[in-house]
Design a protein around this ligand. Structure first.
Ligand code: ADP
Ligand code: ZN
Ligand code: ZN
Length: 723
């Protein structure tokens, strides 16, 4: 038998690949190797350095080279990744590729991990005083005025800073220092004295240090969860241990990073998708070699190596952005739990609106729940009212009650947020004479009218077209926008309140990465303003002068077929409502609806999120839905409907006798056509995870062998979050 290296390669195939060891260098488990593949080359990760070949030596190729002096992935990560690939039915190579930053998937030696730090020169200080610069240069000088800053942090706050740096170096205003990572930040700033509840939570979790235990930190918005995290991270630092803090995409504002750095007094490594690849790789390697002690990141940061782990925190654990929706479909919160168990450390899941999965785990005794009820910053609780829109005269979708409340708020010099989770001017453009409306030809769904851009835009496939001057069917010129998007609400509020700044916050107005932060910074002042925005505003931004939140258009969510819609809507409403009255001023919330008697809205009003969640969880139990059942969703799409139907029919037949499995479909996807491709699905449900996975593995192999599988794009989604 020939001893070979068994290697994971970044290809969507369910296999590992065998190679003869390279002629020089020793490959260990977790080492990167360069190998020939097809006509080219690839970088893979050695999974087993001494496997037995399953084919004859003649058919084996030799690995070209070992790339690293030490294995990049340690034993824990290797084991966790193998587990994850199996659990989420992913290709092992893709799981490993997800774990490595892009720059480390290329055949290059490891970059140096020292921090590149920039500082003002003496001339720089006076140039800033003299305010002689504009644009990016001015922002960079501004950023450095408070002290030296690391390149990765600058990249995070000021995307175009490199060009500005070149200009400023030429002018002799700034310089590059090579500092050791540990010498960078200053002494930690003290935080507020913890409330009794906060202190109790810190003590309870602190007791669990040094072993695996999941905690659910269930605290309303503004109850000080972040302060609890900070106190726990301080403890981990004092023990000399690393902390991994995961946040949703949208929570990773530069202000979060600043707050952590200032309070902890250590460098905080930031890992997220907008970071330049080289910097991402360097931060990852600093975690690998243990010098990074606090790692803050979004979904894929859950793969950061933590050789000296002390604590894992998942903030806003209910957030859907933790689930990867393409390729390797893992869930970062669930993976954080698996890692915490393997690393033998506590894991804290924080949320004001915990997922039903996590509440189910509390109920089953797997998680300990810690509750924060008070809001240290707020003097009075927020008041929530339902506004019945029926029989009210609406002005661009706004009821008189709502407009009146906004007027009162800005009259007091405070700020109001009108929340509408739809971009654009209007969701539908309708012909009044014949009923035609503008649909996307590739999705068969209405296109959204964007007035500013003068285009119709499909929000499902980004297809755009000019706004027609007349109806293409009957020639009538009376085309009228139906419904309201944020753009239209902005216009309506501007007309109503000409003297008050109306600020719209959605993907359009914040296209530039700095724009969002700039707008929010402006709103922190004690001045009246009206904000109109989408769910970008739902979380994580402290606006002390915001006292009214008016939620418009929740009704669509009340009638969705997705069994998670109720949970999602309750979470969204509570998160948005949490924006009101964070500081000393009391807040109020208006919910405008045509269904004032809807059970969920009433539940929210009477018992808040905990009551609604308890009801929803009970429903899930009765209906045997997750978390009381386990699902895998097979999706398929192709240019032709017949190919999709054939494949799904064969996939269905391949199940054979389903026994106690429950099967729904084959059926069209919720959007049967998207971007010109026909889509269908098949859902399989089991009473236990073991049952589901026992079925899944052989089924997956059978699917890969189906002739019809080659004519479609297909994927398996274990624990899907949207059906
Ligand atoms: P959460 O993360 O739960 O939304 P934060 O930790 O951001 O809440 O706290 C909300 C606000 O209350 C922040 O401005 C924070 O500084 C303040 N705060 C938190 N805990 C305390 C405390 N114990 N004493 C005074 N202020 C506090
Ligand atoms: Zn018409
Ligand atoms: Zn479309």
């Amino acid at each position: 038998m020939t001893a070979v290296l068994r290697v994971a390669l970044p290809v969507p195939l369910p296999t590992l690949f065998d190679y003869l060891p390279p002629t020089a260098g020793e490959a260990k488990a977790g080492s990167r190797v360069r190998v020939p593949f097809g006509r080219g080359e690839m970088v893979g990760v050695v999974i087993d350095p001494a496997a037995e070949a399953t084919v004859g030596a003649k058919r084996l190729k030799r690995a070209t080279e070992v790339l690293d002096p030490y294995p990049l992935l340690d034993a824990e990560l290797l084991a966790t990744l193998a587990w994850a690939a199996d659990y989420w039915a992913g290709a092992p190579g893709e799981a490993f590729a997800n774990a490595l930053p892009l720059a480390l998937r290329e055949p290059r030696p490891l970059p140096a991990t020292g921090r590149e730090v920039w500082a003002l020169t003496v001339q720089g200080h006076s140039a800033r005083d003299a305010k002689t610069r504009k644009g990016g240069s001015a922002s960079l000088l501004e950023a450095l005025y408070d002290g030296p800053r690391a390149a990765d942090e600058l990249a995070f706050a000021l995307p175009a800073w490199r060009a500005a740096a070149r200009r400023l170096v030429e002018a002799g205003l700034i310089e590059k220092l090579e500092l050791e990572e540990t010498s960078l930040p200053a002494r930690p700033a003290p935080g507020p004295a913890l409330s009794e509840e906060q202190a109790a939570a810190v003590a309870a979790i602190g007791e669990g240090f040094g072993g695996f235990q999941p905690y659910l930190l269930d605290g309303v918005t503004g109850s000080g969860k972040t302060e609890v995290y900070l106190a726990l991270i301080e403890r981990a630092l004092a023990d000399g241990k690393q902390t991994l803090l995961l946040v949703p995409e949208i929570g990773l504002a530069p202000q979060t990073v600043r707050r952590l750095r200032e309070r902890l007094g250590v460098a905080v490594e930031v890992l997220h998708s907008n970071l330049a690849e080289g910097e991402r790789a360097r931060a990852w390697l600093r975690a690998r070699n243990g010098t990074a002690r606090v790692v803050l990141g979004t979904r894929s940061a859950v793969f950061t190596p933590l050789p000296n782990a002390g604590l894992i925190i998942v903030d806003e654990e209910h957030d859907a952005s933790y689930k990867q929706q393409e390729g390797f479909r893992y869930h970062a919160r669930d993976l954080a739990l698996v890692r915490a168990r393997a690393l033998d450390v506590p894991v804290v899941l924080g949320s004001a609106t915990p997922s039903l999965e996590s509440l189910g785990n509390v109920e089953a005794g797997r998680y300990r729940r810690l509750v924060l009820r008070g809001r240290p910053g707020a003097s009075q609780p927020t008041r929530v009212r339902i506004v019945d829109m029926r029989a009210q005269r609406l002005d661009h979708g706004l009821s008189p009650t709502l407009v009146h409340a906004v007027a009162e708020t800005v009259g007091r010099g405070e700020q109001a947020l009108v929340f509408r989770n739809r971009r654009g001017y209007a969701p539908v453009l309708l012909c009044h004479d014949c009923g035609w409306h503008a649909d996307c030809p590739r999705c068969e769904r209405p296109m959204t009218l964007h007035a500013g851009r003068r285009r119709l835009v499909c929000h499902h496939c980004d297809n755009t077209m000019p706004v027609p001057a007349a109806c293409p069917v009957c020639g009538s010129a009376s085309l009228s926008p139906q419904g309201q998007g944020t753009e239209r609400l902005e216009e309506a509020l501007n007309e109503r309140f000409p003297d008050i700044p109306v600020v719209r916050i959605d993907r359009e107005t914040t296209r530039r990465r700095e724009a969002f932060g700039d707008i929010l910074d402006g709103l922190r002042e004690d001045k009246p303003a009206i904000l109109v925005g989408t769910q970008m505003l739902a979380k994580g931004h402290d606006l002390p002068n915001l006292t009214l939140v008016a939620i418009v258009g929740v009704d669509e969510g009340l009638h969705s077929v997705d069994f998670r819609a109720g949970e999602r809507l309750a979470q969204l409403v509570v998160q948005v409502a949490g924006r009101a009255g964070r500081a000393s001023k009391p807040g109020s919330v208006l919910l405008q609806t045509h269904h004032p008697d809807h059970a969920m809205l009433h539940g929210l009003l009477r018992g808040g999120y905990p009551a609604v969640a308890a009801t929803l969880l009970e429903e899930r139990r009765l209906l045997e839905l997750p978390p009381y059942a386990h699902q895998v969703l097979l999706r398929a799409d192709a240019l032709g409907r017949a190919e999709v139907d054939d494949f799904l029919a064969q996939a269905h037949a391949a199940i054979g006798d389903p026994g106690d499995l429950r099967i729904a479909g084959p059926m069209p996807a919720p959007m049967p056509l998207r971007a010109g491709r026909h889509r269908g699905q098949l859902l399989v449900e089991a009473g236990s995870r073991a049952r589901l996975h026992g079925f899944l593995r052989p089924w997956q192999r059978a699917l890969a062998g189906l002739p019809s599988a080659r004519k479609v794009r297909w994927s398996l989604d274990v624990d899907p979050i949207d059906l």
